[in-house]
Design a protein. Structure first.
Lengths: 217, 233
C-alpha cells in the first residue's frame, strides 16, 4: 500500500465501497445473487445472523488473500485459485462453528458448506479483488457481506416474528397477549416460498423509494 | 494480467495446495477435541432428556454421571457382549450388519425415587435424512417413561417437530406390549384416541416423518425383545 499517504484509509471512495452494497448495489435485492441461502437459513434470526457473520468472514478474508496474491496468480488458473481460497476459508469457519457454536452449526448444517457456492463471493473475488489493493478489497468484502447479511436479518426477523411469534427466541407475540385474542402464527412463513415473497417485498419497497434502480424498458 | 509460464503455474498450484492442506489439517487437529466434546455432551443431554432430566451444556456431564448407572451392549438374544463401549456404538453402522451380529446398546438410570429406567437408543430414516431417539422404559419393560427424538434435516415446521416437547411428551405412559405380545406405539394421522395406550398423534404435514418414526420405534425396540423378557419386573 504505497499510496496510503495520498489516500486516507477511510476516504470517501473507500467508505462508498462499504456502504454502496448495503443499499444501492445490494447483492441480494439489486444484483439478485445469493438467493438460495437467503431462503434456507432465514426461518429464525439466530442462524441468519451466524450465517451473515460467517459469510462476512469468508468474503472479507478471501478478498484480502486474493487481492494480495493478485499479481502472482496466473490468469489461466485464477478461478481455481479463487475456489481453493474460498473453500479453505469455509472449511475453517465450519470447523470453528462445530467447536464453538455447536447448536447453530447443527441448524445451519449443509448451508455453511454451501457458502462455497454462494455466487456473491466468487463474484466479488473476480470483479473486485483481482484488480484492487487489499484494503479496498477488504472493505468491499465487508460491504457486500454486510448487504447480504442485512437482507438475511430483515427477512428472518419477519419470518420468525410471524412464523413462530418470537424475535431471537423471545416470545413477543405471547407477551403482547395476541394469542388470547385468537391470533395464530402463520405456518406459511416458515416455508421457503415466503422467504422469496419477503425478499420480493423488500425489492419492491427499495425500488419504490429509489427510482434509479428500476430498469428502463 | 501477465502471462505466466507453465512451469510457474505448476509450481504455484503445488505450493498453494500443500499450504492449504497444512492449514486445514492444523485447524482440524486443533479443534477436534472440542468438537468431539460437543458431540458427547449433546448425546448425554439427549439420553438425560429421555428420562425427563433437563440438562444444560454445562451440567450435562455431571447429571449424566449422577443418573446413568450402567451402560452395556447386548445382542438380539439378550446376551451381554464384553469389551464394547455402549456410548460409542454407532447404530447406523450396526444396522448394516446381519441382525444377530448387531451390537445393541442399553443404558440404565436410577432415578431420585429409586426407580430403575432402561434406555434404548433408536435410529431410522426420516424423509430427508436420519432420525434418531432414545426411549426409556419403566422396570415392567412395557410402560414408556420418556422419549426424545431428533433429526438431521426434516422439514422445519413439519417433520422437524418430532423433537419438540409437545410431541415427545405424548409417549409418556404408553405401552409397547399388549397382553404379552409386542405391538409398539403407532403414530396416527388425524388424531389418536387419547385412551389408546398404543397411539400418539402424528404431525400434520409431517406424515412421512411420523411414519418413519413409528417404523424406527417398532424395528428398533423389537430387537430388544429377549432383553425385555429376561429383565421384566
Amino acid at each position: 500500500m504505497e499510496n496510503v499517504e495520498k489516500e486516507p484509509l477511510l476516504s470517501a471512495k473507500n467508505i462508498k465501497l462499504m456502504t454502496n452494497p448495503l443499499g444501492q448495489e445490494n447483492p441480494i435485492t439489486v444484483q439478485v445473487l445469493g438467493i438460495c441461502s437467503a431462503l434456507a437459513v432465514t426461518v429464525k434470526m439466530k442462524p441468519a445472523i451466524v450465517m451473515a457473520v460467517s459469510v462476512m468472514v469468508v468474503l472479507a478474508v478471501s478478498n484480502v488473500v486474493i487481492s494480495a496474491m493478485r499479481k502472482s496468480v496466473p490468469g489461466r488458473i485464477r478461478i481455481i485459485v479463487q475456489l481453493v481460497v474460498i473453500a479453505t476459508m469455509v472449511i475453517i469457519v465450519d470447523q470453528f462453528l462445530k467447536a464453538f457454536a455447536f447448536d447453530v452449526s447443527k441448524q445451519l448444517s449443509v448451508f455453511v458448506g454451501l457458502i462455497i457456492t454462494n455466487c456473491i463471493i466468487m463474484g466479488r473475488l473476480e470483479a473486485f479483488a483481482l484488480a484492487n489493493k487489499p484494503w479496498p478489497a477488504f472493505l468491499d468484502g465487508m460491504g457486500n457481506a454486510g448487504g447480504y447479511g442485512l437482507i438475511l436479518i430483515i427477512v428472518s426477523f419477519f419470518r420468525e416474528l410471524f412464523g413462530s411469534g418470537t424475535v431471537l427466541g423471545f416470545p413477543v407475540m405471547e407477551k403482547l397477549g395476541l394469542y388470547k385474542t385468537g391470533y395464530e402464527d402463520n405456518g406459511m412463513m416458515i416455508l421457503p416460498p415466503m422467504a422469496l415473497i419477503v425478499v420480493g417485498l423488500i425489492i419492491w419497497f427499495q425500488r419504490s423509494r429509489n427510482k434509479s434502480l428500476i430498469e428502463t424498458r | 494480467m501477465k502471462d505466466f509460464s507453465n512451469r510457474y503455474i505448476f509450481i504455484f498450484s503445488v505450493v498453494m495446495v500443500v499450504s492449504v492442506a497444512v492449514l486445514l489439517s492444523l485447524t482440524a487437529l486443533l479443534l477436534q477435541p472440542k468438537q468431539e466434546k460437543n458431540v458427547e455432551v449433546e448425546k448425554k443431554m439427549n439420553i438425560l432428556s429421555s428420562i425427563n432430566v433437563t440438562s444444560t451444556k454445562s451440567d450435562a456431564v455431571t447429571l449424566y454421571d449422577k443418573y446413568i448407572r450402567e451402560s452395556f451392549v447386548i445382542n438380539t438374544r439378550g446376551q451381554h457382549i464384553e469389551g464394547v463401549d455402549a456410548f460409542t456404538v454407532s447404530l447406523r453402522a450396526e444396522h448394516k450388519k446381519p441382525l444377530e451380529d448387531q451390537y445393541l446398546p442399553v443404558f440404565t438410570a436410577v432415578m431420585d425415587n429409586g426407580d430403575t429406567l432402561h434406555i434404548f437408543p433408536l435410529e431410522g430414516k426420516g424423509l430427508w435424512g436420519p432420525i434418531w431417539g432414545y426411549v426409556a422404559l419403566k422396570p415392567d419393560m412395557n410402560t414408556i417413561a420418556g422419549a426424545t427424538f431428533d433429526h438431521k434435516g426434516e422439514t422445519p415446521g413439519l417433520g422437524a417437530e418430532i423433537n419438540t416437547t409437545e410431541f415427545e411428551s405424548q409417549f409418556l405412559d404408553k405401552w409397547i406390549y399388549e397382553g404379552g405380545s409386542f405391538i409398539s406405539v403407532a403414530v396416527v394421522k388425524g388424531g389418536a384416541d387419547k385412551s389408546d395406550r398404543h397411539e400418539v398423534d402424528g404431525i400434520s404435514g409431517g406424515t412421512i416423518t411420523s411414519k418413519a418414526l413409528e417404523a424406527m420405534l417398532r424395528e428398533g425396540l423389537v430387537k430388544y425383545e429377549n432383553y425385555f423378557m429376561e429383565n421384566r419386573k
